[in-house]
Ligand binder design. Structure first.
Ligand code: GCO
Length: 460
């Protein structure tokens, strides 16, 4: 594995990018006709966000986008992955279009292209139009249809210039994990798992709409957050737990979008403990008939599981999903996630093998750090730099073993609103001073710029 001063080279044409999402950076939450999203409402009304922070202003990217694109250019980014705020386009989710919102994304896309940066658009990074909470959010087929109309509008309006589309970002997180926080008014894993199925239906229908559009010469996929799952010990019970957890957090999302099926072991457990309804055959047909072009993978860490007693009830089931705290001596990020670069290698190899060699982009990978030390206007984030080196080395090993990985997006381009952690956690390779909106380079972004320029780096 690790050799001293190893030269890591990426294949020609490898895409180097950075990622963000609308609610996390844009601000301008109620400007120019934008409608409210569930995240506006969560931040304004629920007391779940660290320090009462909101995305009202965030990085003020809505106003500072030109300056941000110039920074991307300096960094030599090939591509920028961002998401579109659905209620900025359709304030109530459907029908009435907000032309000012459309104009913002038009300007952003044009600005990127004028600077040789390819836009990768995520259609949905969690900011659901608030109106849809009244009708059950992702439990409603009406929302599915509204999403497809919104997607169709986006393909028609931007598809001439945008050639990479991502339907959804991380269904596991917004549909399942957020249920535990009661963000949709209830706490129920089964409701979350049902939602993920409708999200998959929306994903397949959006792909269908893309292929039918006049601009269908690009690529469309989905972004899943995936974690390699390891049993804590070699005991058969821990191994069984690892298979169960792998079903819930990985295969439940991979199987439908890559094979048009749901994993039977996970389905059986959900039926047994949560009265899970059967999945209509026509939905599975729809998924089979609309395969994706690429898989976006978000990976930061790994999941380790152990099972103290056999699963006999829904409560036991919940328990195995609770993350085990990493041991004292394990390296963790500022959000407490284990740093385990080889996990990315394992994950890529496994997806490649089990899902028939798909085209993959890593759509997010990065590290939250304290970033307290600033010297000569550069944040000394050596820990992030080392993290990125090691994760990229693992990615490159997978590519050398023929995994079809064609691009990498660091999370994140900027420090930003980290959901329930508010602004307390920094993931950016560019620092944001939230008082002045000043951007500042970090060691990691200076290094990343060189990696892009050299299509590789010296791994020491
Ligand atoms: C997610 C999102 C990002 C996060 C990032 C760090 O994975 O939750 O896609 O919005 O900010 O992953 O947690």
């Amino acid at each position: 594995m690790k050799k001293n001063n190893q030269e890591i080279k990426f294949p020609e044409g490898f895409i180097w990018g950075a990622a963000t999402s609308s609610y996390q950076i844009e601000g301008a939450w109620n400007e120019d006709g934008k409608g409210e999203s569930v995240w506006d409402a969560i931040c304004h009304t629920k007391k779940v966000i660290h320090n009462g922070d909101t995305g009202d202003i965030a990085c003020d990217h809505y106003h500072l986008y030109k300056q941000d694109v110039q920074l991307m250019k300096k960094m030599k980014l090939h591509a920028y992955r961002f998401s579109v705020s659905w209620p900025r386009i359709f304030p109530t989710g459907k029908r009435k279009i907000n032309s000012k919102g459309v104009e913002f994304y038009d300007n952003l896309v044009n600005e990127l292209i004028a600077n040789d940066i390819e836009p990768f658009i995520t259609l949905y990074h969690w900011d659901l139009p608030l109106e849809f909470n009244k009708i059950g959010a992702w439990e409603s087929r009406e929302v599915v249809n509204a999403f497809v109309d919104y997607a169709r509008f986006m393909f028609d309006k931007f598809g001439d210039r945008v050639k990479k589309w991502i339907t959804f970002n991380e269904p596991l997180v917004f549909a399942v994990w957020f249920q535990f926080l009661g963000l949709y008014g209830k706490k129920d894993i089964a409701a979350g798992m049902r939602m993920t199925h409708l999200v998959n239906v929306a994903h397949a229908k959006a792909i269908e709409a893309y292929r039918d559009s006049d601009n269908s010469d690009g690529l469309i996929g989905i972004t899943l957050n995936l974690d390699p799952v390891y049993p804590k010990t070699e005991s058969s019970r821990d191994k069984e737990a690892a298979t169960i957890v792998d079903g819930i957090i990985n295969r439940w999302y991979l199987d439908p979008v890559l094979k048009g099926i749901y994993p039977s072991d996970t389905l059986a457990l959900l039926e047994k403990y949560f009265n899970f309804p059967s999945i209509p055959d026509e939905d599975l047909e729809l998924l089979k008939d609309n395969p994706l072009d690429f898989l976006g993978i978000n990976n930061y860490s790994c999941t380790r599981v152990n099972l103290e007693k056999p699963i006999e009830s829904p409560i036991d089931f919940y328990k195995i999903l609770l993350p085990i705290k990493p041991e004292e001596n394990v390296e963790v990020s500022d959000v407490g996630w284990e740093v385990y670069p080889n996990g990315l290698y394992d994950l890529l190899k496994r997806v490649d093998k089990d899902y028939n060699h798909p085209l993959i982009y890593i759509t997010e990978n990065g590290m939250a750090c304290k970033d307290e030390n600033i010297v000569d206007n550069v944040v000394q984030d050596d820990d992030r730099l080392s993290y990125l080196q090691r994760y990229l080395e693992a990615a490159s090993r997978a590519i050398n073993e023929d995994v079809n990985l064609k691009g990498y997006f660091v999370w994140s381009f900027l420090d930003n609103f980290e959901w329930i952690e508010g602004y307390s956690k920094r993931f950016g390779i560019i620092r944001v001073d939230y008082e002045t909106q000043e951007r500042m380079w970090k060691k990691s972004s200076l290094w990343y710029r060189d990696v892009i320029a050299n299509n590789g780096f010296n791994f020491s």
